[in-house]
Design a protein around this ligand. Structure first.
Ligand code: CDT
Length: 308
């Protein structure tokens, strides 16, 4: 038994003029609650420190730099790191990263129980578009503000297990989980901001968006025999609705719990990382069953090409 008690810390909406300090205070309140419940690790959403700013078009790209962090930790987030150290709790959260070289990434970090950043992941599957699109009900300008991550999908051995991260849209791609699975991942930490309306499809039923979310994380967990901790930023931000659906999924693909509301709140579950062994040693024993000689197209071809 290798038990880790994990807290999925959902954030309710963050409005455009809300300061980092106010958000960090909310994150600390959730962390304190997680500590009272004995959590070893707290996981926050994608772009946890600000509103989901890719919905806003800045003609001058440089203006968007106000949403980015030039260092981590920094003045605004130092209290969060300090409190995590006090509690002896690991944590993971997402933020917009501006590197010293001037590169922009949608990033998540993994911090161990001593407060050291042990892992950095930069979002690879960036959805949306890079120019203002008047046809859409709302903008989704991730391709304008970020470049695709350059670190691949690493895993880290820490806190007694093998951890990986991915961010929001990454969860819809089986490649994400499989690359993590091939490194023995036991728990995938993933934050998301998912608009409840499809900007190009009109009124796609909210239930369908939620179905696709659950389908993706449950399939990723089952097919790689790993826990998945999926954490939303939810509710109405700047007049735009983000769906909830924060959940913890076990290596059988079963949802162990889900947050039923769209406000700040935590979901705590005990996860036995040894429970990942059975699937990894039987039906998803990759070494015995995968047939890589037939998978070449996965890396040779990007877009689908149907026969004439
Ligand atoms: N943040 C993020 O990646 N959101 C996307 C929205 C897809 S629609 C452009 C998601 O996959 O949830």
């Amino acid at each position: 038994m290798r038990k880790i008690r994990v807290a999925a810390a959902q954030l309710g909406p963050i409005q455009r003029d809300e300061k980092r300090e106010a958000v960090v205070a909310r994150m600390i309140a959730l962390m304190d609650e997680a500590a009272r419940e004995g959590a070893d690790l707290v996981v926050y959403p994608e772009l946890a420190l600000t509103t989901f700013f890719p919905r806003w078009y800045h003609e001058d790209r440089a203006e968007a730099d106000v949403w980015f962090e030039r260092a981590m930790p920094n003045e605004a987030t130092a209290p969060l790191f300090a409190r995590a150290r006090e509690h002896g709790m690991g944590m993971s959260f997402g933020y917009a990263e501006l590197t010293p070289e001037g590169r922009h990434f949608n990033t998540a970090i993994l911090v161990d129980k001593a407060g050291a950043i042990v892992g950095t992941y930069r979002k690879i599957h960036l959805p949306g578009h890079d120019e203002f699109d008047p046809e859409r009900t709302h903008q989704h300008l991730e391709k304008r503000y970020f470049e695709p991550g350059d670190l691949g999908f690493p895993v880290w051995r820490t806190m007694g297990g093998v951890f990986g991260m991915c961010i929001c849209n990454d969860r819809r791609w089986p490649e994400t989980y499989r690359v993590l699975g091939l490194q023995g991942v036991e728990m995938v930490l993933l934050g998301f901001n998912t608009p409840s309306v499809n900007s190009q499809k009109g009124a796609e039923a909210h239930d369908q968006r939620m179905f696709h979310h659950r389908l993706s994380v449950q399939a990723g967990a089952y097919q790689n025999s790993t826990f998945v901790v999926a954490v939303a930023k939810a509710g109405t931000e700047d007049g735009h609705h983000l769906m909830g659906g924060t959940c913890i999924v076990d290596p059988d693909g079963v949802i162990l719990g889900e947050i039923p509301h769209e406000d700040d709140g935590i979901l705590v579950r005990d996860c036995d990382l040894d429970a990942t062994r059975f699937g990894k040693e039987t039906v998803f024993d990759f070494a015995r069953h995968r047939r890589v000689e037939h998978y070449g197209l996965i890396t040779q071809r990007t877009g689908a090409v149907a026969p004439e």
